[in-house]
Design a protein around this ligand. Structure first.
Ligand code: DLZ
Length: 506
């Protein structure tokens, strides 16, 4: 039988040096906009538009390079809703005998792919995704025998491996991690610089109309779509950030400000995760700004830690621990997700701001995700599966490999401490320290309980009381429980009563 190969390129594999494309430079390519991928969760409408538009642009780039691409637009080929449907069509049309695909980012799709050889009766070769800097085998070797897996130590391995921010065998500047220098609040009149926006071109306009037509029941505004949809645009946005934002990124990495959705953040997560930017090149460009004296070490290290440390660690952990990982529920939380996670309609100013940005931009920065919406879900006892689904839906950069460990592990501590050594639980005082939200909030951040008290305050203590059996023995929680023991009975009773009333209304 003649060998008839086909390369399947997924919507988050839009990279010219993708391993599958490099493995068979002459092979034809299939790309498809699919109902199943767009709807297995109700992705934010901007996320669907971003992926479809970036896919269409990438297909044109491949064609310009002389590659044969079959591109199936959404809804234009009857009976094609899934990757398997699309493949069946090409197998029948072109007599395909062999499929080449770079490993997917999600467990559910890997399971499907592993069945294709049998269900589609063709040879299926799944090749490693070399856009990541750590291989699965490297991580498994590193993790073997360790009681706890901590990002910090893995990050140091990755620094050594890549040579990024190294001075021989030592970390540049003498310290591995400058997290303590990443926690300034934004000064009152300080306005971060405006960001580059990309007005939709004709391709994006078509996609926006399509998304508006077909995904009316998904969350998100479309009228302000401004994401980069090509590698060139993503590089332009990144270069602008290097010039205008990187120098302040370190200081204000954890800061929140009303009306400032992006502060000094890179906005590169979505571009890197769908393949428009290369993570190593991005880190190298940031490091170069330190060596040329254009950016301080706390900014440069803070950024590189997110990409080289967190991103790689989280992805490796996902593949090491799936599928059981998603089923853990350390606190047995089972409350439904409140409707305001989709509307932003709540009197809590910080939640309104974080959810508002999410609906408007398919984006919120990491402190909003971790310490506002994630923290609230943890304290209120929302079921992890519902919270995980929400994060996977609403963020343009969210694919399960990155979303799940960040939400389930880091924000919700639902894995019982695989990702973090203690829950990222915080009262209103933290939000007040890092933002200007509390001064314009209906609730009083200084009040511990009662109708006008900040809900984060009583929910925080109620959470600690409810879960003492699970958290009391954690050495990193010692101070919290010592403070709880010093609390007088009236305050303790007030906290419990306010939490009960609030949660009942939720
Ligand atoms: C997220 C997404 C969406 C919304 N749509 C498509 C699509 O129509 N076609 C496609 O190839 N990929 C899409 N994706 C990305 C995939 O869901 C992604 O490749 C897997 O979740 C693995 O990370």
């Amino acid at each position: 039988m003649t060998d008839k190969p086909l390369i399947l390129v997924l919507g988050d594999q839009l990279s010219p040096h993708l391993s599958s494309l490099a493995a068979a430079p002459e092979a034809p390519i299939l790309m498809a906009e699919l109902a199943e991928e767009a709807s297995y969760v109700r992705h934010h409408r901007q996320k669907i538009a971003l992926i479809f538009s970036a896919m269409r642009h990438f297909a044109e780039t491949l064609k310009d390079q002389g590659r044969a691409v079959t591109y199936l637009k959404y809804g234009e080929t009857g009976g094609v809703d899934s990757f398997a449907d699309a493949l069946r069509l090409l197998i029948k049309r072109d007599g395909i005998t062999r499929l080449l695909v770079t490993e997917p980012g999600e467990w559910r799709l890997m399971q499907e792919m592993q069945n294709w050889a049998e269900s589609l009766a063709i040879a299926v070769e799944i090749v490693p995704d070399t856009r990541f800097l750590a291989t699965h085998a490297e991580f498994e070797t590193w993790a073997e025998g360790k009681k706890q897996l901590r990002m910090e130590f893995f990050y140091r391995e990755m620094r050594r491996k890549t040579g990024l921010l190294m001075d021989g065998d030592e970390p540049l500047g003498g310290q591995w991690n400058y997290d303590a220098d990443n926690r300034k609040k934004l000064p009152k009149d300080h306005a971060p610089p405006p960001r580059l926006h990309f007005a939709p071109d004709a391709v994006t306009e078509d996609v926006l109309a399509l998304v508006a037509r077909h995904f009316g029941n998904h969350v998100g505004r479309l009228d302000n779509f401004a994401w980069p949809v090509t590698a060139a645009q993503a590089e332009q946005q990144f270069a602008h950030w290097l010039d205008f934002c990187l120098p302040h990124f370190g200081d204000y990495q954890d800061a929140m400000k009303t009306g400032e959705a992006f502060v000094y953040h890179g906005l590169v997560g979505a571009s890197i995760n769908i393949g428009l930017l290369d993570p190593l090149k991005v880190c190298q460009a940031v490091e170069a700004r330190y060596h040329s004296g254009q950016a301080p070490l706390n900014a440069v290290e803070g950024f590189i830690r997110q990409i080289l440390g967190w991103r790689e660690f989280i992805r490796s952990l996902y593949w090491l621990k799936m599928p059981d990982y998603a089923d853990s529920n350390f606190f047995d939380h089972d409350r439904a997700l409140p409707d305001f996670y989709y509307s932003g309609e709540t009197d809590m100013a910080c939640m309104r701001e974080a959810i508002g940005a999410t609906v408007t931009h398919a984006y919120a920065h990491h402190i909003q995700r971790l310490m506002v919406t994630g923290n609230f879900a943890l304290l209120a006892g929302i079921a992890p599966a519902a919270v995980n689904r929400w994060y996977l839906e609403v963020y343009a950069d969210a694919f399960e490999w990155v979303q799940l460990p960040n939400t389930h592990g880091m924000a919700l501590f639902a894995d019982g401490g695989l990702v973090g050594s203690k829950p990222y639980a915080a009262s209103g005082a933290y939000i007040n320290r890092m933002s200007d939200h509390c001064s314009s909030c209906t609730y009083n951040v200084k009040q511990a309980h009662g109708d006008t008290a900040c809900p984060f305050n009583y929910l925080y203590w109620d959470f600690m009381i409810r879960h003492r059996d699970k958290l009391g023995g954690n050495p990193r929680m010692g101070m919290v429980y010592r403070n709880l023991d010093k609390m007088d009975d009236a305050k303790r009773d007030g906290v419990i009563a306010s939490a009960k009333e609030f949660l009942q209304k939720l």
